[in-house]
Design a protein around this ligand. Structure first.
Ligand SMILES: Cc1cc2nc3c(=O)[nH]c(=O)nc-3n(C[C@H](O)[C@H](O)[C@H](O)COP(=O)(O)O)c2cc1C
Length: 146
């Protein structure tokens, strides 16, 4: 069984909708999914999972503080134990989307392995975005099963 952690943050619900879609995509490929906000998730969630899907709104061209909190708390306790962990990322934004750079920079510090290009979604995910998010979930699980 592949275990996926979907960690995200969302004040307005757009990124939560996206996170639910990616979680559904992971389940469609047979994965067990733990879905938590960056405030709720902890180092054990990160250590236990086989892969991680990371979602954030773009707030001031950076990831949400509620997701950054997760990375701040888990960095030292997991250092050396999460090298090469597969990840995918998704951002919802209002027309910018620069926050993806902050996510990719932190993932590089953790030494996670990017297994697919990130998805940038303008505001609330459309039906087409939901399809792409599910496909991103598929790609994450399939990369682990290989
Ligand atoms: C405090 C705040 C700052 C924002 N800053 C940006 C920004 O710099 N660039 C951008 O494209 N959108 C920005 N937005 C728009 C949000 O990224 C966008 O509406 C997003 O989908 C909200 O996600 P959520 O509903 O999950 O909170 C900002 C929204 C808020 C509330």
């Amino acid at each position: 069984m592949v275990n996926i952690l979907v960690v995200y943050y969302s004040l307005g619900g757009n990124t939560k909708t996206a996170a639910e879609a990616i979680a559904e995509g992971c389940r469609e490929k047979g994965a067990e999914v733990v879905m938590k906000t960056g405030i709720e998730a902890n180092q054990d969630d990160l250590l236990k999972c086989d892969g991680i899907a990371i979602g954030t709104p773009d707030y001031f061209s950076y990831m949400a503080g509620g997701l950054k909190d997760f990375f701040d708390r888990t960095f030292y306790p997991t250092q050396g134990s999460v090298t090469g962990k597969p990840y995918v990322a998704f951002v919802t934004h209002g027309g910018g989307g620069k926050a993806i750079a902050s996510v990719e920079s932190i993932c590089s510090s953790f030494k996670f392995k990017k297994v697919a290009d990130p998805l940038l979604i303008k505001n609330r995910p459309s039906k087409n975005d939901i399809i792409k998010l599910k496909e991103l979930g598929h790609a994450l699980v399939v990369s682990i099963k290989k």
